[in-house]
Design a protein around this ligand. Structure first.
Ligand code: AMP
Length: 380
């Protein structure tokens, strides 16, 4: 049976039975609420279960497998205790970076095993006493196995990340070979954005009655969101924002900035100009966040200035406008941000303010969207 989770029942990181060190590292990241896949996968993996997670990039799946991985490491055991197999070098270094930061108070010292770079430093790192985790792509992992520089006899925690991409890239036989070097009794977690038949085959062959976890898609129904952009010449985005908001009868606008500092500054500016405005970012305490959300939800503040923290999960039905004051980092973030409007079948507007320096970056985002984003001129 597949378990899914509605957004509304989000827990807190405090609810997980994890060590103080990991808890502290999570707090350092500025994360307060687990993402849906984290909420489902972390307890199951901490319990020692095998897990198949249907999750996309951006869902927080890396931390979902990294936190239980760190907790599973035994400082007294020598050798590689956890192996994370990923399709690309970029993903390997991202996963290693996240493992490093989440284990900063009890380091697991991940080594990255990927092609395209010299194998020597990898061999040295594998010889190191403290190296407990290997993160790599199938080709280079196999290379190390064949050279005898990597032994997987002590692996008790194995992760197959973006399994569907690994299949697409033709890595299935390599993955099978690598798995045959690991102990049968290991715990296995597999994450994939899609679940083609071949993945079910891998699960059947290599996993022990896993828990199937999936989270409801957070993607907006784009057809009910009117997507527009405004070219803002010079640096006067705050004026542009005011013009858009003042032109609406009764707007409830969620305004995104990239940084806490930027959000705080804009919040202050709008407040001074007499707007009823709230502020939401990762630096705020849980009670401040709850208060800001309740005021916005109840319509007592008509504008909420937020960082990406608010882009996921937030479900306030009457949001009429999502305004990208700063450009989102990528198309995925764009889609998640604009999904905060037009909830539950209502109409909504997503407006992006494009400064002179952001034209190229926005073109890139626009190209990967399934719909056309229309340019609107700001009234004089
Ligand atoms: P991933 O899907 O693992 O690539 O993660 C996407 C991004 O979300 C990464 O930049 C993580 O650092 C970030 N992230 C992971 N978990 C959380 C969380 N609970 N709250 C906020 N951000 C998170």
């Amino acid at each position: 049976m597949t378990m899914t989770l509605p957004e509304a029942t989000r827990a807190s990181f405090e609810d997980f039975p994890v060590s103080g060190k990991v808890r502290k590292a999570v707090a350092d990241q500025g994360w307060e609420i687990p993402t849906p896949i984290q909420e489902l996968a972390i307890p199951a993996l901490l319990d020692g279960e095998d897990v198949v997670g249907l999750a996309q990039t951006g869902s927080g799946k890396t931390a979902a497998f990294a936190i239980p991985l760190i907790e599973a490491m035994d400082p007294k055991v020598r050798g590689i205790q956890a192996l994370v197999i990923v399709p690309t070098r970029e993903l390997a270094s991202q996963a290693a970076t996240e493992l490093k930061s989440l284990s900063r108070y009890n380091p697991v010292h991940p080594v990255v095993l990927c092609g395209g770079t010299s194998i020597k430093p990898q061999i040295n790192a594998l010889r190191g006493r403290s190296t407990r985790v290997a993160v790599g792509t199938p080709g280079r992992i196999l290379d190390h196995l064949q050279r005898g520089t990597l032994r997987l006899g002590s692996v008790k925690y194995l992760v197959l990340d973006e399994a569907d991409r690994m299949l697409d890239m033709g890595f299935a036989p390599d993955v099978g070979r690598i798995l045959s070097h690991t102990p049968d009794g290991r715990q296995t977690a597999l994450f994939s954005a899609t679940m083609p038949k071949e993945i079910r085959g891998i699960v059947k062959c290599h996993m022990r009655s896993p828990r199937w976890l999936s989270v409801e898609s957070d993607a907006p129904t784009v057809d009910t969101v009117e997507q527009v952009y405004y070219r803002v010449v010079g640096r006067d985005k705050t004026n542009a924002l005011r013009t858009i908001i003042d032109g609406e009868e009764n707007p409830l606008a969620l305004v995104f900035r990239r940084t806490k500092h930027g959000a705080t500054k804009l919040h202050r500016q709008l407040e001074r100009q007499g707007y009823k405005v709230g502020l939401l970012h990762g630096g705020k305490s849980q009670s401040q966040r709850t208060k800001a959300l309740a005021a916005f939800d109840g319509g007592r503040t008509r504008i909420l200035v937020a960082t990406n923290v608010a882009a996921r999960g937030l479900d306030i039905p009457d949001v009429s406008h999502v305004i990208n004051y700063d450009l989102p980092e990528d198309a995925d973030t764009y889609v998640h941000r604009i999904g905060r409007t037009a909830r539950a079948g209502k109409a909504g507007v997503a407006a992006t303010l494009i400064g002179d320096a952001e034209v190229k970056e926005f073109d890139k985002i626009k190209r990967s969207l399934p719909v056309k984003v229309r340019e609107v001129k700001l009234p004089a």
